[in-house]
Design a protein around this ligand. Structure first.
Ligand code: ATP
Length: 915
């Protein structure tokens, strides 16, 4: 058994940190507020081991193998094996056991592969942490944290290790995982009493808990198994079972089917023995063959494989499934509600315009490089000639949590790209950002929150100056200002109308607008309250940032429309910006955007009426997302909703498929979501929908192939018995067919690629049943055709004067040929199977077809197998005839399908014309 040996951190687990002052803690851990050096962190990682919780105990290989037999379908087969052995039909026993073992081995191997794939996918979700190393902010793997590291926290983060807090601005943490208390507790930096309970240690942030609001930083005091959560982590490890509601439903169905089959078998046994006067052991063997033929013993394993393949292909397309049922729901979504920034757009921001009380400047540049010209009326200007630009640059640098870094000539952002763009902007105006920042100390801050849409910092310099810098949504900042910076310096009365007009003008170009304001405060002012910024600020100016739409998102939106899926943009941004981006992306009617304020004025009934026609929602906050999800669901729609912030969690949970952003999303959002997008890209959602539809189709295909096949085989035996005819195939031969086809043809369908028209169909209905009328009809039709084929060939052979054994051999081969052709039919249940692509098939399909054909040749022509299965070599002409029966079956069911699809299309066209 694989055990994970966890290196124990060397600090004493009993060491208490919560009751010590911050300075003492830093000293004890030999670190400083600027963090460890990379070298020191590396050395500590070696001695302390990775910051990882001990893994839960995994099921042993033997247990996993034995569990493959723990299935009522298999019990029935094992029972049959025992009875046949008692009746001395040892060959039958051996074949039944072979069926069981082949099934178990395939299940075991596939499950092992699936578990490995799931582990790998889980690894993709491993959290990262923002730390200070060598005095610089950087993002590292959560596992690389060591005691002494300084960690930066903000709302939505999962605390990556046990921390003693060094600063906390409006910070509260949800500690339910440790204390059971779901109300977030406020955090401070003061030491707690030595005997304080876990929930009262306000100066600590514990590993695994979630930051609900505010921001702060702390020093790592314990990692891995030494953390509070590490001590109880053995309680946390869970093994996820690879299943979804549909597959579970199928499991239940298969069990009931087994009971029904056993009942029919018992009745037949009684009928044959008492009325037909057959010998008991002979009759018993026949009903065993019948049961084995009819019980879909391979189905559960194949469905699991289908799911596992789906999860993997979604992961390859950057959609990571956190909860398996999401694979099914994502394929059924009828509306996708998506964020704008980073999902529909690239989230590569650049400040392109600057508005001051007098001018509208334009800015050049590439990426985040802090270099570029500033222009006024097409002419380059010197930023130093406009004092207000210097003030804007300072506010941009100091009201900012991001960092810019240059590597090999490429500038990249650590933190929010929008703030990175502001740093680049600051640099373009001639400010040496880092030196600038070093001259100031942040004494307090109000963190950005999508509710109040601004962020404020209180900064002091060494010359006893103190300023409050504020940035945020323009209408919000304008409302907080008393006056504005005049062109010549000093302040003048605020012209709110001018600013709102300018904001609209920039927004209409699709730019994200942000306003900046400032206020000087006395140097002794060290605590920032909301009251310090309301109605007292001086407006400096505004900037407009471009964030180009993702080209692939445009195509993906179009694909959604073709697939009958509505796309709705729900953004915190300005209505004009949202409308402009909506138009570029190809949303329907982007100009009829509704804002959060509009939504607030609507009651639930009004919202329900409005929600269908509007595709752009702007200036929304997370509560609006929740209301929108519910309004859409009230129309019976299956809703996918994206989110990134901590406050998005309720909407993500409520949506049918909650989708969190992997890059910019908070841990809180990821925990609430069913799917995580590794690249934050809207196109990945659409890929996930396509994969989800494919998985559902493949589940349907597996069932559509298995059930009629089993029914056809079983029906051949039942009819022969009821009408007192010679069995067209013996029980042993039926067992053989099961042995070779269950492990091959059935599984091939799990690997089916997406059908071409998958994204041109409307989404399936919420209540669509997997085994609906169409499937039942298909089962009946195919079972009857199988019956005709088998009996047709059997009586043709007898008429020709062939021996019963040869007639049976031909019937047996006909059955298998029909199964193969049926497989080719099922591969394209929604379209035509008569294209070159459909015939070419997949490698898996051909591999299984070749394997089955080879096995059939072996049983037909190899003397040892002939002796066991009572078969005889088939003359060539009859072999061609058998092939012809397969072709005939294919032609019949394909024609029937085309007629059915044509009727459906005509009905659809009629319905379309009617509306
Ligand atoms: P979406 O991702 O859907 O486009 P969003 O999540 O960016 O929207 P929010 O983050 O709620 O929307 O931002 C709403 C508004 O708040 C922005 O348009 C911007 O004006 C302002 N804003 C965003 N981030 C910050 C920040 N860090 N500091 C100050 N203001 C901000």
């Amino acid at each position: 058994m694989a055990t994970n040996v966890q290196q124990q951190p060397t600090q004493a687990p009993q060491a208490s940190w919560h009751d010590r002052p911050v300075e003492e803690v830093l000293q004890a851990l030999k670190t400083a507020p600027a963090g460890l050096s990379q070298d020191e962190a590396g050395a500590r990682l070696k001695s302390h081991g990775p910051n990882r919780l001990p893994e839960g105990r995994k099921r042993s290989v033997l247990v996993r193998f034995l569990l493959q037999f723990h299935n009522i379908l298999i019990y029935v087969l094992l029972g049959a094996a025992i009875v046949t052995a008692l009746l001395d039909h040892l060959i039958d026993t051996a074949v039944i056991l072979a069926v069981v073992i082949v099934n178990a081995v395939i299940g075991f191997i596939q499950e092992g592969k699936a578990e490995k794939a799931m582990d790998a996918i889980r690894q993709m979700l491993a959290p990262r942490a923002n730390v200070l190393r060598d005095g610089e902010r950087c993002s590292v793997d959560g596992e690389a944290l060591v005691p002494g590291d300084i960690v930066l926290l903000e709302a939505g983060d999962k605390v990556p290790a046990d921390l003693r807090l060094l600063s906390a601005y409006g910070m509260s943490v949800q500690e339910a995982i440790l204390t059971g208390e779901s109300v977030p507790v406020e955090k401070r930096i003061e030491a707690a009493a030595a005997d304080a309970a876990l929930g009262d240690r306000a100066g600590m942030a514990f590993s695994g808990t979630l930051v609900a609001s505010g921001q702060g930083r702390g020093v790592v005091v314990a990692t891995g198994a030494a953390t509070e959560i590490g001590r109880i982590s053995s309680l946390l490890s869970t093994v996820e079972i690879l299943t979804t509601p549909l597959v579970r439903q199928m499991g239940v169905f298969a069990r009931w089917l087994t009971v029904l089959i056993l009942l029919i078998a018992a009745l037949l046994l009684a009928y044959g023995y008492f009325l037909g006067k057959h010998e008991f052991s002979e009759m018993f063997m026949v009903v065993v063959g019948l049961s084995v033929a009819a019980i879909p013993e391979g189905l559960p394993a194949v469905l699991t494989i289908t799911l596992a393949i789906g999860v993997q292909s979604m992961a390859r397309r950057n959609a990571i499934v956190r909860r398996l049922p999401a694979i099914e729901t994502i394929g059924a979504v009828s509306v996708i509600c998506t964020d704008k920034t980073g999902t529909l757009t690239r989230n590569e921001m650049m400040v392109a315009s600057v508005v001051t009380s007098q001018h509208l400047f334009g800015l050049d540049g590439t990426g985040y490089e802090p270099k570029g010209a500033i222009r006024l009326d097409q002419a380059d200007v010197d930023a130093r000639e406009h004092a207000v630009l210097g003030e804007l640059a300072r506010a941009s640098a100091l009201c900012n949590d991001a960092a810019l870094r240059e590597r090999d000539g490429v500038w990249a952002v650590e933190g929010d790209p929008m703030e990175g763009a502001l740093l680049a902007f600051s640099g373009k105006l001639g400010t040496e950002v880092r030196r600038h920042q070093a001259g100031w100390t942040r004494t307090d801050a109000i963190a950005f929150d999508s509710q109040h849409r601004f962020m404020a910092t209180l900064c002091h310099d060494h010359q006893r100056h103190a300023f409050v810098f504020v940035k945020g949504a323009p209408e919000r900042i304008v409302a907080m200002c008393r006056d504005q910076r005049a062109a010549a310096g000093g302040s003048e009365p605020l012209d709110a109308g001018y600013w709102n007009r300018e904001a609209d003008r920039i927004a209409a170009r699709g730019q994200r607008v942000l306003a900046f304001a400032v206020r000087a405060v006395p140097p002794e002012h060290t605590v920032l309250e909301h009251s310090d910024v309301e109605g007292t600020l001086t407006l400096l100016g505004m900037v407009g940032m471009i964030d180009p739409p993702r080209a692939e998102a445009v195509a993906a939106v179009q694909e959604c429309h073709g697939a009958g899926i509505r796309v709705k943009m729900i953004t915190g941004d300005h209505a004009r910006t949202a409308a402009a981006i909506g138009a570029q992306i190809g949303l329907r009617d982007p100009d009829s955007a509704l804002t959060g304020a509009d939504l607030d004025n609507m009651n639930d009934a009004a919202l329900k009426a409005a929600v269908l026609d509007c595709d752009v929602f702007a200036r929304t906050s997370p509560e609006h997302k929740l209301r929108l999800v519910m309004a859409l669901q009230s129309h019976g729609m299956i809703v996918a909703m994206t989110g990134d912030g901590v406050n998005d969690a309720p909407a993500l949970k409520r949506a049918d498929a909650g989708i969190a952003m992997g890059l910019k999303g908070s841990e809180a959002a990821k925990e609430a979501a069913e799917l995580v997008l590794a690249d934050d890209n809207f196109a990945s959602i659409v890929s996930a929908v396509r994969e989800g539809r494919t998985v559902y189709d493949n589940i349907k295909k597996v069932i559509s192939w298995t059930l009629p096949t089993n029914a056809g085989e079983a029906l051949s035996i039942i009819v022969a018995l009821l009408f007192g005819m010679t069995l067209p195939v013996t029980a042993l031969q039926i067992l053989w067919i099961n042995l070779i086809t269950a492990a091959t043809l059935g599984i091939a369908l799990a690997f089916e690629p997406t059908e071409e028209n998958t994204m041109r169909r409307p989404p399936r209905a919420r209540d669509e049943s997997l085994i609906g009328g169409e499937l039942v009809w298909h089962i009946v039709l195919v079972a009857v055709l199988f019956l005709c084929g088998v009996f047709g060939i059997f009586s043709y052979a007898l008429d020709k004067g062939y021996s019963v054994d040869l007639a049976r051999t031909m019937a047996l081969n006909t059955l298998v040929a029909m199964e193969i052709f049926h497989l080719f039919f099922i591969r394209n249940i929604y379209g035509t199977s008569l294209t070159w692509k459909a015939v070419r098939g997949t490698r898996v399909v051909w591999a299984t077809v070749i394997a089955v054909t080879a096995a059939q040749f072996a049983i037909t022509y190899l003397p040892p197998l002939q002796a066991i299965f009572a078969t005889e070599p088939i003359p060539l002409a009859d072999g061609v005839l058998i092939f012809g029966v397969g072709v005939a079956l294919f032609a019949l069911i394909e024609t029937e399908k085309q007629i059915r699809l044509a009727i459906k299309r005509a009905r659809g066209a009629l319905a379309g014309a009617g509306t």
